[in-house]
Design a protein around this ligand. Sequence first.
Ligand SMILES: Nc1ncnc2c1ncn2[C@@H]1O[C@H](COP(=O)(O)OP(=O)(O)O)[C@@H](O)[C@H]1O
Ligand SMILES: [Mg+2]
Ligand SMILES: [Zn+2]
Length: 328
Amino acid sequence: MGYSSNVYKAAADRLFERRLKAEKEAEKRREEVYKKLPRVKELEKEISSVSIKVARAVLNGKDLTSQMSRLRDENLSMQNELSEILKSNGYPENFFEPSYFCEKCSDTGYYDENGKTVVCSCMKQALVQCACDELNKTAPLSLSTFDSFQLDYYEKSTDIKTNISPYNHMAKVLSYCKNYAENFNKNSGSLFMKGKTGLGKTHLSLAIANEVIKKGFGVIYVSAPSLAHRLEKNFFSKKDNDPINDMLLECDLLIVDDLGTEFHTQFSISEIYNILNSRILSLKPIIINTNLNLLELEKIYSERFVSRIMGNAEKLDFMGTDIRVIKK
Ligand SMILES: Nc1ncnc2c1ncn2[C@@H]1O[C@H](COP(=O)(O)OP(=O)(O)O)[C@@H](O)[C@H]1O
Ligand SMILES: [Mg+2]
Ligand SMILES: [Zn+2]
């Protein structure tokens, strides 16, 4: 799929930063060892001077075989001494090697496969992440975290109608969401959050988004009204190169907030339906949340569709009293 040049640049920068970091850290380890074991520095210097001597010998061409075998022995014995010193001081053999984020491509984004240069999966992942970042620019992502989610807002006593304590119930919901975020992977299941307004659905969705983004996944957060608006605008302006079109299907996690509150037209309903349906079919995780009850949602999206979503997602019921009102 095609990305904008901004996205390519951001992804390349991200990999470059990783490579730089790995190399700087390796350099720091080397300097530390030099300080502690000056002989190591000497040996490394001598080893590199041997390769200069080899080059010189080749240029001279005189007596090449005997010179080369002497230099090789010299080199070997110094290499041995070096690994002995490192080993006896408790350093692993590859202590001076940079430990790259991606071993396959050493954080360059490309590697060689049978003489052909191929794009590494870490570069593809960085592209997805950067494309999502670009689309999330206006989302209130960093505002809601698990840390700022308080259970004290939910009543401890049991509700007369349901016989459930909102506090106990929401404690379970919170721990489910934390677990979900912690163990998120491309094959994670979907979530369906349901409940009246002001109970923390958006808050917990964003908290999950933050954690999952930190783990390096591409996450898109959209509210259904803004999604519907954008899709409609693209359609009528005949703009089908909006990157959101691909990313809605491509991203690792799609969060659709406030499903059902969008201004529904036949167009927006079928577009949103298609996006959610495609993701369900390709087993890609979605988090949907809604203030509507199931009957209201079925009226908009058909019973069949709602039951399809429900059948493919873990249902989380939000309970309690509107926290916006309590906070005032
Ligand atoms: N358990 C909570 N602890 C702290 N703040 C909360 C909690 N639940 C909701 N809020 C805050 O209350 C407001 C409304 O919550 P929100 O997540 O938007 O509710 P919903 O999406 O269910 O309508 C937001 O500002 C949110 O940060
Ligand atoms: Mg909300
Ligand atoms: Zn790689």
